[in-house]
Design a protein around this ligand. Sequence first.
Ligand code: ATP
Length: 198
Amino acid sequence: MLKIGLTGNIGSGKTTVAKVFELLGIPVFYADDEAKKVMVTDEILINSIKQTFGAGSYFDDGTLNRKYIAGIVFNNEAELQKLNAIVHPATFRAFDNWLQQIKHAPYVIKEAALMFESASYKMCDRTLLVSAPLENRMARVMQRDNVSRAEVEKREARQFTEEKKRQLADDIIVNNDWQLVIPQVLELHTLYLSLAKN
Ligand code: ATP
């Protein structure tokens, strides 16, 4: 099964683009949402989180104590990396399981914000970057999440620059204020269908 890795910096429109592919019948795995789910469903992961960060990581009813975890990893790069290092393999397992359920799709898309930063793009056959000017991205996220410019800048600073991602990506969709996205998606859909046949 052809696997397309879809990524882009904060506010670029990854999810918006992914929804268009879904409308075309292409299954999309939202890796960042799944990463949150596996933290309460994957027993191997739950055990390693408890071992690494302490039993207080979970409440007695099995739900994740997000405040506790956030208190440890917030502004602490080393702890955040530790958490990512144990969550990523569980997300990969979830992706593999998901993939096994897909029977009739020509190709699939895996959407993840930090696909290049985490090197997980190497597990996809091809990568697609959604690119948008910084000003557009800032304005969209400030409006969507009701956060300050400084907050968006902080999140942006944790990601590779768009320039670097452009060099790594196989395909690019430009999602600025004036270029239409749907024709770009349709063109790539045609390409991916032909690649999937070969
Ligand atoms: P994040 O990395 O923060 O999750 P994302 O890359 O998935 O973001 P989206 O959530 O798809 O981005 O888009 C960010 C916001 O911008 C959303 O509110 C979306 O509706 C809006 N948006 C996306 N594309 C456009 C566009 N071309 N014009 C105006 N608004 C847009």
